[in-house]
Design a protein around this ligand. Sequence first.
Ligand SMILES: [Zn+2]
Length: 216
Amino acid sequence: MEYELVRSRRRSLEVRVFPDGRVQVRAPQRLALRHVRAFVDERRGWIEKQQRDMAERPRQRWRHGDRCAHLGESLTLELAAGGRRKVARRADRLGVTVPEPDDERQVSDAVHEWWRAEARALFQARIEQLFPWFAARGHRPPVLRVKKMRTRWGSLSQRGYINLNLLLMQYPPAVIDYVVMHELCHLEHMNHGPDFHALMDRRMPDWRHRRTLLEG
Ligand SMILES: [Zn+2]
């Protein structure tokens, strides 16, 4: 199996499969190659399944008339040429103005930049909505960071940051709330043990259903 090996100052091995099927293995600086190979061999079945899933997944295209998911709705892209980048939603259409609308990269970049601004306001509002119970328990509100992440929807750092994936902007607000609640519950329990799930059940009884929407 072909893979790219990236050495870094990490302590454990990690394998990633990218949407184009490429495999990357991240390994500690000095770990012997035979350990890396054994690690990849052990996960061969999982890697191949990921590659098959990725290949079957239709890739988002950014041409005039293509569909783009936004907060759980499906919007139609309406592209126009113009010197100034602009993105504006009009009912079920998403108008995108870029210098070269035939360049899908320009269109995708413009939409992602627009999402970033929208996500900051929306995610912040959702955190503030869900936070009072945690505030009453003596927690400080985490500081929001919006990031494009390949492998996760959110994370909570011990240093007081809540990281949320920009691509959550494709999903309905109920799903975004699920991810926010999941991360906030880590303020109480830093793991995914029974206490964590019991807290999720109390704070958001239908969280399993919301998670299905995210996985689908
Ligand atoms: Zn978690």
